[in-house]
Design a protein around this ligand. Structure first.
Ligand SMILES: Nc1ncnc2c1ncn2[C@@H]1O[C@H](COP(=O)(O)OP(=O)(O)O)[C@@H](O)[C@H]1O
Ligand SMILES: [Mg+2]
Length: 281
């Protein structure tokens, strides 16, 4: 397999006596969209800040394109949108992007600014002051800011929690476009809807530990086959669609009458709530 764009290995972080990360492993490859799910306080922002080089790990480490997190090469390769960001209200969208182009040394000029604003559906708002924008517009501008300089890795900390359904759909479509362009994305969220729809891979953390990881479909696997028979409803936990014929054949061979068969799936939400022990954050 090609070298991962983001590699998190045995990552530990203590804030005094508070253990924020207790040995987390995670990889994001080029063009891969990974959702890091977990309730508030799980350690998601800490992991992201370590990847940016803003917080020092207590153990283990993070590499971006094979370079240690925080090194100039690693920083140059990533774009970041913090969970609680605040841009100056007097600044226009255009000015903000120009400022970030200067900060990151991007030579993209006006063409890059125009493309980024179009990408986040803010072409009409180029000259609008940030203080006159809705929270959703500001969030999308934040994503555009993170994409200045065409980073190979995009770290988005709760990018959709403040958005309405339309804003979420715009971000979702944007993430799909970034995947087509081969950008690696790590998206933190304590919500499920949008992550379930776009991520290739989901990692669930709680209490600083990875509790579950896999594809959304793989995690939300079959839950049970339910059969209504002459002697009542029988539930076969853990069985899937492919087990149904066998289950029915055995029941019939045993003299039962079968009236109804249903394959029940557990949603990613069930898996998530189960994994984090009912904490919703
Ligand atoms: N700067 C800090 N100082 C002390 N404790 C912190 C600091 N940042 C985070 N924590 C603690 O670390 C844990 C993980 O926090 P965080 O990474 O922000 O979680 P999440 O982003 O998943 O909500 C929490 O218990 C939080 O209170
Ligand atoms: Mg957070």
């Amino acid at each position: 397999m090609a070298e991962p764009v983001l590699a998190v290995r045995e990552l530990h972080k203590r804030y005094g006596s508070q253990e924020a990360l207790a040995g987390v492993d995670l990889e994001v490859g080029a063009g891969q969209l990974v959702g890091l799910l977990g309730p508030n306080g799980a350690g998601k922002s800490t992991l992201t800040k370590i990847a940016c080089g803003l917080v020092r790990p207590s153990g283990g480490g993070v590499e971006v394109l094979g370079r240690p997190a925080g090194s100039p090469e690693a920083r140059a390769a990533l774009g970041y949108l913090a969970e609680l960001f605040r841009f100056p209200g007097w600044c226009t969208a255009e000015e903000l992007l120009r400022f970030h182009q200067r900060l990151s040394g991007s030579a993209g000029g006006e063409a890059e600014r125009r493309e980024l604003l179009a990408l986040v559906d803010l072409s009409e708002a180029a000259e609008k002051r940030i203080e006159a924008m809705s929270k959703g517009m500001q969030q999308r501008l934040g994503v555009a800011q993170a994409l200045v300089g065409s980073p190979r890795l995009l770290l988005l900390d709760e990018p959709t929690s403040a958005l309405d359904p339309v804003g979420r759909r715009i971000v979702r479509e944007l993430l799909e476009e970034l995947r087509r362009r081969g950008v690696a994305v790590l998206l933190n969220s304590h919500l499920l809807s949008e992550v379930e729809l776009v991520c290739d891979h989901v990692a669930i953390i709680a209490g600083g530990r990875l509790v579950k990881a896999g594809t959304p479909e793989g995690l939300a696997g079959p839950a049970a086959v339910e059969v209504e028979t002459g002697s009542g409803v029988k539930t076969f936990e853990g069985a899937g669609r492919e087990d149904a014929p066998q289950i029915v054949a055995e029941l019939v061979a045993g003299g039962e009458s079968v009236y109804r068969v249903e394959v029940r799936h557990s949603s990613l939400e069930d898996v998530y709530l189960d994994a984090v022990g009912g904490q919703t954050g």
